[in-house]
Design a protein around this ligand. Structure first.
Ligand code: PHE
Ligand code: CO
Length: 296
Protein backbone atom coordinates (compact mmCIF):
# COMPACT_ATOMS: atom_id res chain seq x y z
CA UNK A 1 0.00 0.00 0.00
CA UNK A 2 1.43 3.40 -1.01
CA UNK A 3 1.83 6.30 1.30
CA UNK A 4 -1.00 8.73 0.60
CA UNK A 5 -0.37 12.34 -0.37
CA UNK A 6 -0.65 14.68 2.52
CA UNK A 7 -3.68 16.64 1.38
CA UNK A 8 -4.37 19.56 3.66
CA UNK A 9 -7.75 20.84 2.53
CA UNK A 10 -9.80 21.93 -0.44
CA UNK A 11 -9.81 25.61 -1.12
CA UNK A 12 -12.36 27.57 -3.12
CA UNK A 13 -10.70 29.62 -5.90
CA UNK A 14 -11.89 31.13 -9.18
CA UNK A 15 -11.23 27.70 -10.69
CA UNK A 16 -13.58 25.96 -8.26
CA UNK A 17 -12.46 23.78 -5.38
CA UNK A 18 -8.84 22.81 -5.74
CA UNK A 19 -6.83 20.59 -3.47
CA UNK A 20 -4.18 22.33 -1.46
CA UNK A 21 -1.27 20.34 -0.18
CA UNK A 22 1.53 20.94 2.20
CA UNK A 23 4.01 23.26 0.54
CA UNK A 24 7.02 21.50 1.98
CA UNK A 25 9.53 19.69 -0.17
CA UNK A 26 9.34 15.96 0.52
CA UNK A 27 11.67 13.05 -0.04
CA UNK A 28 10.37 10.84 -2.88
CA UNK A 29 9.01 7.79 -0.98
CA UNK A 30 10.31 5.47 -3.66
CA UNK A 31 10.11 2.25 -1.63
CA UNK A 32 6.41 2.85 -1.01
CA UNK A 33 5.40 2.63 -4.69
CA UNK A 34 3.29 -0.45 -5.28
CA UNK A 35 3.58 -2.92 -8.15
CA UNK A 36 0.49 -1.23 -9.57
CA UNK A 37 2.17 2.18 -9.43
CA UNK A 38 5.19 0.90 -11.39
CA UNK A 39 2.89 -0.78 -13.91
CA UNK A 40 0.95 2.47 -14.37
CA UNK A 41 4.20 4.28 -15.10
CA UNK A 42 5.27 1.54 -17.52
CA UNK A 43 1.93 1.58 -19.35
CA UNK A 44 1.86 5.36 -19.72
CA UNK A 45 5.50 5.42 -20.78
CA UNK A 46 5.00 2.71 -23.42
CA UNK A 47 1.91 4.42 -24.81
CA UNK A 48 3.80 7.68 -25.30
CA UNK A 49 6.81 5.89 -26.80
CA UNK A 50 4.33 4.71 -29.37
CA UNK A 51 2.62 8.01 -30.05
CA UNK A 52 5.40 10.60 -29.77
CA UNK A 53 7.91 9.75 -32.52
CA UNK A 54 6.92 12.00 -35.49
CA UNK A 55 4.74 14.06 -33.15
CA UNK A 56 6.94 15.38 -30.34
CA UNK A 57 9.66 17.94 -30.90
CA UNK A 58 13.12 16.57 -31.77
CA UNK A 59 14.43 18.47 -28.77
CA UNK A 60 11.99 16.73 -26.45
CA UNK A 61 12.69 13.26 -27.85
CA UNK A 62 16.47 13.68 -27.85
CA UNK A 63 16.51 14.88 -24.26
CA UNK A 64 14.14 12.14 -23.16
CA UNK A 65 16.57 9.58 -24.55
CA UNK A 66 19.56 11.44 -23.13
CA UNK A 67 18.31 11.43 -19.57
CA UNK A 68 17.61 7.71 -19.60
CA UNK A 69 14.17 7.96 -18.14
CA UNK A 70 12.93 4.48 -18.86
CA UNK A 71 9.70 2.56 -18.75
CA UNK A 72 10.71 -0.30 -16.48
CA UNK A 73 9.88 1.38 -13.20
CA UNK A 74 9.20 4.80 -11.71
CA UNK A 75 12.44 6.77 -11.95
CA UNK A 76 14.24 7.96 -8.84
CA UNK A 77 14.48 11.74 -8.60
CA UNK A 78 18.01 11.45 -7.17
CA UNK A 79 19.19 9.56 -10.23
CA UNK A 80 17.57 11.94 -12.73
CA UNK A 81 19.08 14.84 -10.84
CA UNK A 82 22.61 13.73 -11.63
CA UNK A 83 22.07 14.21 -15.38
CA UNK A 84 19.89 17.28 -14.93
CA UNK A 85 22.34 19.16 -12.70
CA UNK A 86 25.09 18.44 -15.15
CA UNK A 87 23.10 19.54 -18.20
CA UNK A 88 21.51 22.78 -16.97
CA UNK A 89 21.92 23.10 -13.20
CA UNK A 90 18.24 22.33 -12.57
CA UNK A 91 17.12 19.87 -9.91
CA UNK A 92 13.88 18.09 -9.13
CA UNK A 93 12.29 18.36 -5.71
CA UNK A 94 9.43 16.16 -4.53
CA UNK A 95 6.12 17.77 -3.55
CA UNK A 96 2.65 16.54 -2.59
CA UNK A 97 0.88 18.31 -5.46
CA UNK A 98 -0.02 21.74 -6.83
CA UNK A 99 1.68 24.51 -4.92
CA UNK A 100 0.56 28.05 -4.12
CA UNK A 101 1.68 30.34 -6.93
CA UNK A 102 4.42 32.19 -5.07
CA UNK A 103 5.97 28.98 -3.73
CA UNK A 104 5.97 27.53 -7.24
CA UNK A 105 7.56 30.66 -8.76
CA UNK A 106 10.24 30.71 -6.07
CA UNK A 107 11.24 27.13 -6.93
CA UNK A 108 11.49 27.91 -10.64
CA UNK A 109 13.41 31.12 -10.05
CA UNK A 110 15.98 28.99 -8.21
CA UNK A 111 16.09 26.25 -10.86
CA UNK A 112 14.17 23.75 -8.77
CA UNK A 113 11.33 21.94 -10.47
CA UNK A 114 8.64 20.61 -8.10
CA UNK A 115 7.49 17.11 -9.04
CA UNK A 116 4.38 15.50 -7.56
CA UNK A 117 5.65 12.23 -6.12
CA UNK A 118 2.45 10.12 -6.43
CA UNK A 119 1.13 8.54 -9.61
CA UNK A 120 -2.46 8.31 -10.89
CA UNK A 121 -4.60 5.20 -10.43
CA UNK A 122 -4.99 2.65 -13.25
CA UNK A 123 -8.50 3.93 -14.03
CA UNK A 124 -7.07 7.44 -14.62
CA UNK A 125 -4.68 6.62 -17.48
CA UNK A 126 -6.43 9.02 -19.85
CA UNK A 127 -7.44 11.84 -17.59
CA UNK A 128 -7.08 13.21 -14.11
CA UNK A 129 -7.90 16.67 -12.85
CA UNK A 130 -4.53 17.56 -11.34
CA UNK A 131 -0.87 16.96 -12.16
CA UNK A 132 0.65 13.69 -11.01
CA UNK A 133 4.11 12.13 -11.26
CA UNK A 134 3.73 11.08 -14.88
CA UNK A 135 2.72 14.54 -16.03
CA UNK A 136 5.36 16.34 -13.99
CA UNK A 137 8.25 13.98 -14.70
CA UNK A 138 7.66 12.70 -18.21
CA UNK A 139 5.97 15.89 -19.37
CA UNK A 140 8.21 18.59 -17.96
CA UNK A 141 11.63 17.22 -17.17
CA UNK A 142 13.11 16.32 -20.60
CA UNK A 143 13.03 19.96 -21.76
CA UNK A 144 14.70 21.10 -18.53
CA UNK A 145 17.76 19.34 -19.98
CA UNK A 146 17.76 21.90 -22.84
CA UNK A 147 19.73 25.07 -21.97
CA UNK A 148 17.50 27.64 -23.71
CA UNK A 149 14.29 26.14 -22.37
CA UNK A 150 15.84 25.75 -18.93
CA UNK A 151 16.61 29.49 -18.93
CA UNK A 152 13.06 30.28 -20.06
CA UNK A 153 11.63 28.35 -17.11
CA UNK A 154 13.80 30.21 -14.65
CA UNK A 155 12.92 33.57 -16.24
CA UNK A 156 9.26 32.60 -15.96
CA UNK A 157 9.70 31.92 -12.23
CA UNK A 158 11.28 35.34 -11.70
CA UNK A 159 8.54 36.91 -13.81
CA UNK A 160 5.98 35.18 -11.64
CA UNK A 161 7.36 36.66 -8.44
CA UNK A 162 7.22 40.05 -10.11
CA UNK A 163 3.68 39.62 -11.48
CA UNK A 164 2.53 38.50 -8.05
CA UNK A 165 3.78 41.80 -6.64
CA UNK A 166 2.13 43.84 -9.38
CA UNK A 167 -1.29 42.36 -8.66
CA UNK A 168 -4.46 42.93 -10.69
CA UNK A 169 -4.61 40.71 -13.76
CA UNK A 170 -0.85 40.43 -14.17
CA UNK A 171 -0.79 36.88 -12.82
CA UNK A 172 -3.69 35.80 -15.02
CA UNK A 173 -1.85 37.20 -18.07
CA UNK A 174 1.34 35.40 -17.12
CA UNK A 175 -0.44 32.12 -16.35
CA UNK A 176 -1.93 32.12 -19.85
CA UNK A 177 1.58 32.40 -21.28
CA UNK A 178 2.66 29.38 -19.26
CA UNK A 179 -0.41 27.46 -20.29
CA UNK A 180 -0.02 28.10 -24.02
CA UNK A 181 3.76 27.51 -24.07
CA UNK A 182 5.10 25.26 -21.30
CA UNK A 183 1.91 23.20 -20.99
CA UNK A 184 0.32 23.23 -24.47
CA UNK A 185 2.88 24.63 -26.89
CA UNK A 186 3.55 23.48 -30.45
CA UNK A 187 6.76 24.16 -32.38
CA UNK A 188 7.35 24.38 -36.12
CA UNK A 189 10.20 22.09 -37.13
CA UNK A 190 11.52 21.37 -40.65
CA UNK A 191 9.32 18.24 -40.86
CA UNK A 192 6.17 20.02 -39.70
CA UNK A 193 4.36 20.98 -36.51
CA UNK A 194 5.55 19.16 -33.41
CA UNK A 195 4.60 19.09 -29.71
CA UNK A 196 6.69 20.48 -26.87
CA UNK A 197 4.01 21.29 -24.25
CA UNK A 198 4.09 18.99 -21.24
CA UNK A 199 0.30 18.83 -20.89
CA UNK A 200 0.22 17.37 -24.39
CA UNK A 201 3.21 14.99 -24.29
CA UNK A 202 1.85 13.42 -21.12
CA UNK A 203 -1.56 12.76 -22.74
CA UNK A 204 -2.07 10.17 -25.44
CA UNK A 205 -5.38 11.59 -26.61
CA UNK A 206 -4.22 15.19 -26.82
CA UNK A 207 -0.92 14.21 -28.50
CA UNK A 208 -2.94 12.99 -31.46
CA UNK A 209 -5.72 15.57 -31.26
CA UNK A 210 -3.54 18.70 -31.19
CA UNK A 211 -1.83 17.86 -34.48
CA UNK A 212 -4.28 15.72 -36.40
CA UNK A 213 -7.74 16.98 -35.49
CA UNK A 214 -9.35 19.71 -37.59
CA UNK A 215 -11.26 20.94 -34.52
CA UNK A 216 -8.65 23.19 -32.83
CA UNK A 217 -7.05 26.40 -34.08
CA UNK A 218 -3.31 26.31 -34.61
CA UNK A 219 -2.00 29.87 -34.55
CA UNK A 220 1.43 31.52 -34.62
CA UNK A 221 2.95 32.63 -31.29
CA UNK A 222 2.08 36.22 -30.36
CA UNK A 223 2.91 37.29 -26.79
CA UNK A 224 0.16 39.84 -26.15
CA UNK A 225 -2.45 37.77 -27.96
CA UNK A 226 -1.62 34.74 -25.79
CA UNK A 227 -1.69 36.76 -22.59
CA UNK A 228 -5.27 37.77 -23.39
CA UNK A 229 -6.50 34.30 -24.35
CA UNK A 230 -8.60 32.23 -21.97
CA UNK A 231 -8.10 28.48 -21.90
CA UNK A 232 -9.62 25.11 -21.07
CA UNK A 233 -8.73 23.08 -18.01
CA UNK A 234 -11.12 20.15 -18.45
CA UNK A 235 -11.20 19.50 -22.23
CA UNK A 236 -8.67 19.50 -25.05
CA UNK A 237 -7.56 23.04 -25.94
CA UNK A 238 -9.54 24.94 -28.57
CA UNK A 239 -6.39 26.77 -29.66
CA UNK A 240 -2.70 25.85 -29.77
CA UNK A 241 0.03 28.44 -30.35
CA UNK A 242 3.04 27.60 -32.49
CA UNK A 243 6.59 28.86 -31.91
CA UNK A 244 9.38 28.68 -34.51
CA UNK A 245 12.12 27.99 -31.96
CA UNK A 246 12.88 28.16 -28.25
CA UNK A 247 15.06 31.19 -29.06
CA UNK A 248 11.97 32.97 -30.38
CA UNK A 249 10.21 32.19 -27.12
CA UNK A 250 12.97 33.45 -24.86
CA UNK A 251 13.57 36.56 -27.00
CA UNK A 252 9.88 37.49 -27.06
CA UNK A 253 9.59 37.15 -23.29
CA UNK A 254 12.81 38.99 -22.37
CA UNK A 255 11.28 42.54 -22.22
CA UNK A 256 9.90 43.91 -18.98
CA UNK A 257 6.28 42.80 -18.75
CA UNK A 258 5.17 45.61 -16.40
CA UNK A 259 4.17 48.00 -19.22
CA UNK A 260 2.59 45.09 -21.10
CA UNK A 261 0.41 44.20 -18.10
CA UNK A 262 -0.68 47.85 -17.91
CA UNK A 263 -1.56 47.84 -21.60
CA UNK A 264 -3.46 44.56 -21.37
CA UNK A 265 -5.45 45.78 -18.37
CA UNK A 266 -7.36 48.00 -20.79
CA UNK A 267 -8.22 45.21 -23.22
CA UNK A 268 -10.76 42.41 -23.01
CA UNK A 269 -9.78 38.79 -22.69
CA UNK A 270 -10.24 36.59 -25.78
CA UNK A 271 -12.42 33.44 -25.66
CA UNK A 272 -10.37 30.24 -26.01
CA UNK A 273 -11.64 29.40 -29.50
CA UNK A 274 -11.67 32.82 -31.22
CA UNK A 275 -9.57 33.58 -34.30
CA UNK A 276 -8.53 37.19 -34.87
CA UNK A 277 -7.86 39.13 -38.06
CA UNK A 278 -4.25 39.58 -36.95
CA UNK A 279 -3.60 35.86 -36.30
CA UNK A 280 -1.10 33.84 -38.31
CA UNK A 281 -3.38 30.87 -38.91
CA UNK A 282 -1.96 27.39 -39.55
CA UNK A 283 -5.34 25.77 -39.02
CA UNK A 284 -8.66 27.48 -38.51
CA UNK A 285 -10.46 25.09 -36.18
CA UNK A 286 -13.73 23.54 -37.25
CA UNK A 287 -14.84 23.81 -33.62
CA UNK A 288 -16.24 20.30 -33.72
CA UNK A 289 -17.05 18.99 -30.27
CA UNK A 290 -16.37 22.26 -28.48
CA UNK A 291 -18.13 22.99 -25.22
CA UNK A 292 -19.81 26.37 -25.40
CA UNK A 293 -18.88 27.51 -21.96
CA UNK A 294 -16.24 26.80 -19.39
CA UNK A 295 -13.23 28.78 -20.63
CA UNK A 296 -11.24 29.93 -17.62
N1 PHE B 1 10.26 39.38 -18.97
C1 PHE B 1 9.27 38.97 -18.03
C2 PHE B 1 8.90 40.07 -17.03
O1 PHE B 1 9.49 41.12 -17.01
C3 PHE B 1 9.70 37.72 -17.27
C4 PHE B 1 9.36 36.49 -18.01
C5 PHE B 1 10.29 35.80 -18.76
C6 PHE B 1 8.07 35.98 -17.95
C7 PHE B 1 9.95 34.64 -19.42
C8 PHE B 1 7.73 34.84 -18.59
C9 PHE B 1 8.66 34.16 -19.32
O2 PHE B 1 8.03 39.87 -16.24
CO1 CO C 1 2.40 20.86 -15.88
Amino acid sequence: MSTLPNRVEHQLTDKGYVPVYTTAVVEQPWASYSETDHTTWATLFARQQDVLPQRASRTFLDNLARMAMHGDAIPKFDELNIALRKATGWELVGVEGLLPELTFFDHLANRRFPVTWWIRKPEQLDYLAEPDLFHDLFGHVPLLMEPVFADYMQAYGRGGVKAHGIGGDALANLTRLYWYTVEFGLIREPEGLRIYGSGIVSSKGESIHCLESQAPNRIGFDLRRIMRTRYRIDTFQKTYFVIDSFEQLIDATRPDFAPIYAELAMQDSIPAGDVLESDQVFNRGSGEGWAHDGDV
